[in-house]
Design a protein around this ligand. Structure first.
Ligand SMILES: N[C@@H](CCC(=O)N[C@@H](CS)C(=O)NCC(=O)O)C(=O)O
Length: 128
């Protein structure tokens, strides 16, 4: 491994990963840093799908620099676990945090404001 290699977790590669994490986090209305085998990640992605919200998922166990991005996210957000959810570029938290937002009725407005939910809301009930 030569000097300047980005394939190991050193401060330099984590700094690069931090720049990437920040760029990716703001690159879509909803971004989920995830792992393909993580049940909490599946749950959160299923919730967004159920709500009709588009999202971008980055599977850190598949990405070559996933470990560095995870370390960068831990430094930046204080959260090392996945899923690590961003809405409108803003850090939301993990699965529990996202589910709590839904329970309190705040998630759909956030998703709508971010532009992740477009068109008519499927859960809207019209009473005559
Ligand atoms: N309470 C957390 C649970 C998340 C969690 O435990 N995720 C596991 C993967 S299933 C994790 O990130 N473990 C550390 C790691 O993969 O590095 C949440 O609500 O998001």
């Amino acid at each position: 491994m030569g000097i300047g290699s980005s394939s190991s977790s050193n401060p330099e590669s984590i700094a690069m990963a931090l720049a990437k994490a920040k760029e990716v986090a703001a690159s879509a209305p909803v971004v989920v840093f995830s792992k393909s085998y993580c049940p909490f990640c599946t749950k959160v992605k299923q919730l967004f799908t159920k709500l009709g919200a588009s999202f971008k998922a980055i599977e850190l166990d598949v990405e070559g620099d996933g470990a560095d991005v995870q370390s960068a996210l831990a430094e930046w957000t204080g959260q090392r676990t996945v899923p690590n959810v961003f809405i409108n570029g803003k850090h939301i938290g993990g699965c529990d945090d996202t589910l709590a937002l839904e329970k309190s009725g705040k998630l759909v407005p956030l998703l709508t404001e971010a532009g992740a939910i477009t068109g008519s809301a499927s859960k809207t009930t019209m009473t005559a």
